[in-house]
Design a protein around this ligand. Structure first.
Ligand SMILES: Cc1cc2nc3c(=O)[nH]c(=O)nc-3n(C[C@H](O)[C@H](O)[C@H](O)COP(=O)(O)OP(=O)(O)OC[C@H]3O[C@@H](n4cnc5c(N)ncnc54)[C@H](O)[C@@H]3O)c2cc1C
Length: 518
């Protein structure tokens, strides 16, 4: 997946054309001559976006509509398609193309105007007003409409073609971003080449970082178990490929211990129960909760979300008002710990209140194949001679209990610590970037990375790394587009690209409708 874990990292490679000298590694501000002396070629381009995933895509989509030419943008990432990392993580965590995602009809990744929405397009394709009725009546008479994963991938691919995405992408791992003596930045990329790697520096005025999550997070006790025993097949992470588990479950009755009660936990439970109900698996599911939600959450009457049966329920990962309503305005006014606190209150672990999921769990509990247990894990180990892993937990009443299972699945999340990403760690050490009270990258309301200005140049960031800033839903389709809009406006004020005023916006939308290049 993203970050250091799979993007080819140069440290392991052999021959290097243009090596990083000790001097370059140590110094925070570079000069063109330093790179020349090291034999690293320099390419001039005004704007570079690092990552090449959905955050980069949203950024480039805005810039292209703001009149920026293909030649003035370079996308540095590890995949040609902007949806590749997303689809990898979504597919592993049991969201195949035909399943519905967790964002609303107007969070349209391929269209910065949000119109026509995913629901409207689906209604058009199906020649049925059903989806429009759903959007009009959601969430009171119906559940929130959410698009199918496949619809998002296909429409992003179409838009990528329209904006000439492929002509802007150069594959490779970005190792560091350093300030230039004369203002602006050098972005150092390591390109994979047969048998070796090659380093190239991009000399630019503006950098945008959208690198997603550094990797897959493991609960410490499961990580320790895997390292101690080398058992990577029976203790798996929901974001890793783990189809072998479902295949095994179809072959013989097993017990699976599920850890995590967020949206990914729900999707794993759905898959396990679908296989049991529809494909004959005889799986017994034990769901372990560390914090059990027994009822509605929240102290204030006006700020509460439903909860029960262990789960906190919310349509999306943050309340809708955090994207464009009152909560967005409230958050913009807050700073420091107060801002971090409001984000924690609005977010935290929660799942979507889908009726089919609730019915599945009720049925599982009634038929005895789904059992909930509350406790904190003390130790995980192999059993002697038996084909099971034993998890010893401390129960709420202070007692101890052992749970035996053939598989354990960790559905608790992705890594999000800045220092776990090599590029981010380097950024903190050398560019003046700092952490916000939430522990992520500190950004201005314009998404400029605080403390990193370099002459007339500016560095921006969007996505999960910026959580804790002035906007809560940064790691969402709409959040990526919101950040891209703020950045595009800031860039236009600095003379890069045109402002997307009403006239330009309407003209560009009409071009989008006719599938014409921006
Ligand atoms: C399973 C899952 C489901 C989600 N579902 C929804 C949903 O339904 N609705 C919604 O609105 N949001 C959803 N999100 C949240 C959000 O939309 C996605 O996380 C989105 O992919 C974020 O885009 P990004 O560009 O920040 O990260 P990504 O799309 O992951 O792209 C980052 C890219 O940067 C690359 N990279 C990292 N480091 C470097 C480096 N040093 N050099 C070069 N490249 C690098 C990575 O390999 C990766 O390809 C979901 C997230 C996940 C994980």
């Amino acid at each position: 997946m993203s970050g250091d874990q799979t993007v080819s990292d140069d440290s392991a490679e052999t021959a290097v054309a243009g090596d990083l000298t000790e001097d370059l590694i140590r110094t925070s501000v570079w000069d063109e001559r330093d790179l020349e002396a090291a034999g690293i070629p320099v390419i001039e381009v005004p704007f570079v976006t690092v990552g090449g995933g959905l955050g980069s895509f949203a950024m480039v989509d805005f810039l292209r509509s703001a009149g920026v030419a293909v030649g003035d943008i370079r996308v540095l990432g590890d995949s040609l398609t902007p949806t590749e990392t997303y689809e990898y993580l979504a597919t592993n965590s049991q969201i195949p193309r035909h399943e519905r995602l967790r964002s609303d009809a107007s969070s349209v990744m391929d269209n910065i105007w949000g119109f026509p929405s995913y629901a409207l397009r689906e209604a058009w394709a199906e020649k049925s007003p059903r989806r429009i009725w759903q959007v009009v009546t959601e969430p009171v008479l119906d559940e929130y409409f959410t698009p199918k994963a496949g619809q998002v991938y296909e429409s992003v691919a179409r838009e990528a073609k329209r904006i000439h995405w492929n002509d802007m992408v150069t594959l490779g791992y970005v190792r560091m971003v350093r300030k230039r003596h004369d203002g602006g930045y050098f972005v150092l990329q390591t390109r994979p080449e047969p048998g070796a790697t090659r380093r190239v520096a991009y000399r630019c005025d503006f950098v945008h970082l959208a690198i997603g999550y550094p990797g897959v997070a493991f609960l410490p006790d499961l990580q320790e178990y895997r390292e101690r025993t080398g058992d990577y097949m029976r203790v798996v992470n929901a974001y890793e490929p783990h189809d072998h588990m479902y295949e095994e479950l179809l072959r013989r009755p097993c017990t699976v211990l599920v850890r995590g009660s967020g949206i990914v936990g729900s999707r794993i439970l759905q898959r396990l129960i679908d296989d049991r109900v529809g494909r004959g698996a005889q799986t017994k599911i034990i769901h372990l909760f560390r914090n059990y939600v027994g009822g509605p959450q929240g102290e204030r009457r006006t700020f509460r979300r439903p909860g029960g049966n262990g789960f906190a329920y919310q349509g999306f990962n943050f309340p809708k008002a955090a994207w464009g309503g009152q909560l967005r305005v409230d958050l913009e006014r807050l700073d420091g710990e107060g801002r971090a606190e409001l984000i924690r209150e609005m977010g935290g672990t929660n799942t979507a209140p889908r009726r089919d999921w609730k019915h599945q769990l009720e049925r599982g509990a009634a038929e005895g194949f789904y059992e909930q247990i509350v406790g904190s894990v003390e130790h995980v180990d192999q059993t002697d001679g038996r084909d099971a892993i034993v998890t010893r937990i401390r129960t709420q009443d202070g007692g101890s209990q052992e749970i035996e299972a053939q598989f354990i699945i960790d559905a608790t999340g992705l890594l999000a610590r800045l220092d776990e990403h090599r590029l981010m760690a380097d950024l903190l050490a050398h560019t003046g970037a700092a952490q916000n009270p939430y522990g992520r990258l500190d950004v201005e309301p314009t998404f400029e990375v605080r403390g990193t200005a370099s002459g007339a140049g500016a560095m921006y960031a969007s996505g999960s790394m910026t959580l804790g800033g002035y906007y809560a839903g940064v790691d969402s389709f709409l959040g990526l587009q919101y950040a891209a809009l703020q950045i595009a406006d800031d860039l236009a004020a600095r003379g890069f690209g045109k402002r997307l005023g009403p006239l330009r916006s309407v003209t560009q939308w009409m071009r989008w409708m006719r599938d014409r290049t921006p």
